[in-house]
Design a protein around this ligand. Structure first.
Ligand code: SF4
Length: 211
């Protein structure tokens, strides 16, 4: 068996035809970011802009996610970002269970290679497939669970925040909780590299999530 490497992962995703989602796409969207990051963010699936560019979270929801990370002092290029499925579901529908199940092989390999210490699950699809099939995101967002040494927290998908701004205060609580977890685990230095540890901005300078 081939050793598990990023080269194998890239080739496996590029050649994958395990489910019908690949039949009407422009590009596969494997995920991108810092492959050595202690923090991994996992969403549902690529949207139109992501499909066009082959990059995860680059559309309006992705731009909001970037601002959310910046609001707790995290540069987006220091985290790793991907989705449950690597091909865009038609019309941005929720991936079918068999599609998410087929794509699990790639997500497993990705998680093995990144070896994150903290995973944020963006939206109910990611939370259902990685944490609990019965999860209700409105009730259980913001709750931390440890699995095999990895801390996981579900929160709203940024596209849900774009649709319903009333969810933003809860999402901001979750971002503050993420910041606290990274501090508690001593991961800020990892995320900022070997340079001076700047740490998160203070509460006063970040009154809430950006618009
Ligand atoms: S969604 Fe995943 S499993 Fe389905 S074809 Fe694309 S890469 Fe393969």
């Amino acid at each position: 068996m081939d050793p598990i490497t990023w080269e194998l992962f890239d080739r496996q995703v590029a050649e994958c035809r395990l489910c019908p989602l690949c039949e009407r796409i422009l590009h596969k969207v494997p995920g991108q970011g810092d492959r050595n990051s202690p923090l991994m963010l996992i969403g549902e699936g690529p949207g139109q802009v992501e499909d066009e560019q082959g990059l995860a979270f680059v559309g309006p929801a992705g731009q909001l996610l970037t601002r959310m990370l910046e609001a707790i002092g995290l540069p987006r290029d220091r985290v790793y970002i991907c989705n449950v499925v690597k091909c865009r579901p038609p019309g941005n529908r929720v991936p079918a269970p068999e599609e998410a199940e087929a794509c699990r092989i790639h997500l497993r390999m990705q998680t093995y290679l990144v070896r994150p210490k903290v995973i944020v699950l963006l939206g109910s699809t990611a939370a259902k497939y990685l944490l609990n099939p019965e999860i209700r995101i409105t009730r259980e967002r913001g709750i931390w669970t440890e699995r095999k040494g990895i801390w996981m927290m579900p929160t709203y998908h940024p596209s849900a925040l774009l649709r319903d701004a009333s969810k933003k205060p809860e999402a901001w609580e979750d971002m503050k909780s993420l910041r606290a977890k990274l501090q508690e685990l001593g991961l800020y230095r990892d995320l900022y590299g070997s340079g001076e540890e700047t740490g998160p901005r203070t509460e006063g300078s970040n009154p809430g999530l950006p618009h």
